[in-house]
Write a protein that binds this ligand. Structure first.
Ligand code: NAD
Length: 256
């Protein structure tokens, strides 16, 4: 159980981040949700988790594209035992047409934020004598696809950074790993299905299996609950010697 542990999950007002925060709360952790907005519904998500799982839950606004806000998030939370770096965005374009502002935003949010939050969180973990850093990378942290230069550079960077942090904390009760999801059914992905069905005149099943999951041999999406469960495992005693590595949750993608 993760009772009396505090977990900060960046980018957690939807999708994988929210799923991970919910599973951590289910395992007894107090959770800090985050995104760059400050809406009533963001705070309501935290209140809902507190009520459902009987833990403390807060929402703290911080823009992960800005280094100082990344560091402030950790300070505002009073530090943490578990840091899940999940915030991420995507943009798809050939490299010679890749908008510079999109490149900068993806590198900032998907990679640089991991540097800033980890740097700010480690002193608190050392003080508490225990820590877990879990970085949500991607199958694209281990393999490539065309037109995703920024995302793939950032995710490979996160995988590399995870190894370095693991080495720097190797003799302390702190671990750092990256989870590499394949295609995960989040609201963002779900929303693309109807349009793609129309575009290709395909059934939902055909779109999922023949368009979206071409590289996922299981032909099934991973779920946010499975990502959350993998995170909880990395926070368990069984995983105390697992550090500096990646865990793929990708239905066999990286085995191909
Ligand atoms: P999502 O869009 O549902 O969630 C992204 C989260 O990041 C949201 O909560 C969003 O508010 C937040 N965010 C975006 N910009 C931010 C900023 N500047 N500051 C703070 N928060 C910000 O997408 P998702 O699919 O849940 O993705 C979550 C993570 O998982 C990302 O890092 C993504 O690269 C990774 N991932 C997703 C998939 C997939 O198939 N969905 C696969 C592999 C990896």
């Amino acid at each position: 159980t993760l009772a009396n542990k505090t977990a900060i999950v960046t980018g957690s007002n939807s999708g994988i981040g929210l799923g991970v925060a919910r599973e951590l709360a289910k395992a007894g952790a107090n959770v800090v949700l985050n995104s760059f907005t400050d809406r009533e519904e963001d705070h309501a998500l935290a209140a809902g988790i507190a009520e459902e799982f009987g833990v403390e839950a807060r929402y703290i606004k911080a823009d992960m594209s800005k280094g100082d806000e990344c560091r402030q998030l950790i300070k505002d939370a009073g530090g943490c035992d578990i840091l899940v770096n999940n915030a991420g965005i995507q943009h798809v374009a050939p490299i010679d047409q890749f908008p510079v502002d999109k490149w900068d935003a993806i590198i900032a949010i998907n990679m640089n934020s991991v540097f800033h939050t980890t740097a700010a969180a480690l002193p608190f973990m050392r003080e508490r004598g225990w820590g877990r850093v879990v970085n949500i990378a991607s199958a694209h942290g281990l393999t490539a696809s065309p037109y995703k230069a920024a995302y793939i550079a950032a995710k490979h960077g996160v995988v590399g950074m995870s190894k370095t942090v693991a080495l720097e904390t190797a003799q302390e009760p702190i671990t750092c790993n990256a989870i590499c999801p394949g295609y995960v059914l989040t609201p963002l992905v779900e929303a693309q299905i109807p349009d793609t069905m129309k575009e290709y005149n395909m059934s939902r099943d055909e779109v999922v299996k023949n368009v979206m999951l071409t590289r996922q041999p299981s032909k099934e999406f991973a779920t946010v609950e499975q990502l959350g469960g993998t995170t909880v495992f990395l926070c368990s005693d069984a995983a105390a010697q697992i550090t500096g590595t990646t865990i793929s949750v990708d239905g066999g993608w990286t085995a191909l």
